[in-house]
Design a protein around this ligand. Structure first.
Ligand code: 5GP
Ligand code: MG
Ligand code: MG
Length: 180
């Protein structure tokens, strides 16, 4: 599997250091507001990032997960299909969404709208990666780990055909992997 990687873009050490920094920033913001957020990981890509991030939280928070698919094509923006729902109620609660990567922004627009419809008081977003050059929807994460160029990346939760999620770093695959 490691042989399939052409280039490491972000190392495990860099990710861990960044998670500590993001956690401190997020913690300070929630403590200032006196809120107990539900931290919602969007499956499956956010799992390693969320696990690393919440290790450094020392404030009261709850965690949950959900799996969604956003629609493309003729449907209006904001449609989202819930493949697996969370167990906690979001009504009246502040939400911190955990994402692996923001690409076009479509998923984020849809999910934020869905949480507002479900009665969340406040929806903030933390994403491990951001691909700003690909954005077609006017939306950004509140907290971002790393900006990446317009390349398809894998590892640390991100997959290619469900593989490579368990790589401990963010990398780019060799072209022949996609050509097979
Ligand atoms: P968006 O809705 O922002 O266009 O897309 C977000 C989703 O597309 C991500 O959660 C991720 O599943 C997928 N995605 C976008 N760019 C990449 C990439 O470079 N690598 C991988 N593995 N998935 C990506
Ligand atoms: Mg995602
Ligand atoms: Mg994927």
């Amino acid at each position: 599997m490691q042989d399939d990687v052409a280039k490491v873009l972000v190392s495990e050490e860099e990710i861990e250091k960044k998670c500590k920094e993001l956690a401190q920033q997020i913690e300070a913001d929630y403590q200032k507001k006196g809120q107990v957020p539900i931290i919602v990981g969007l499956l499956k890509g956010s799992v390693p990032f969320m696990a690393e991030l919440i290790k450094y939280f020392t404030f009261d928070c709850e965690i949950d997960f959900m799996k969604v698919s956003s629609y493309e094509g003729t449907r209006s923006i904001g449609d989202v299909r819930i493949d697996m729902d969370m167990t906690l109620s979001t009504k009246g609660r502040p939400i911190l969404l955990v994402e692996d990567i923001i690409d076009t922004g479509r998923t984020l627009v849809s999910v934020k709208k869905m949480f507002k419809n479900k009665g969340a008081t406040d929806v903030k977003v933390v994403s491990l990666l951001d691909k700003p050059s690909r954005r077609t929807f006017d939306i950004n994460a509140d907290y971002v780990g790393f900006s990446v160029p317009d390349e398809f990346v894998v590892g640390y939760g991100l997959d290619y055909n469900q593989k490579y999620r368990n790589l401990p770093y963010i990398g780019v695959l060799k072209p022949e992997i996609y050509e097979d």
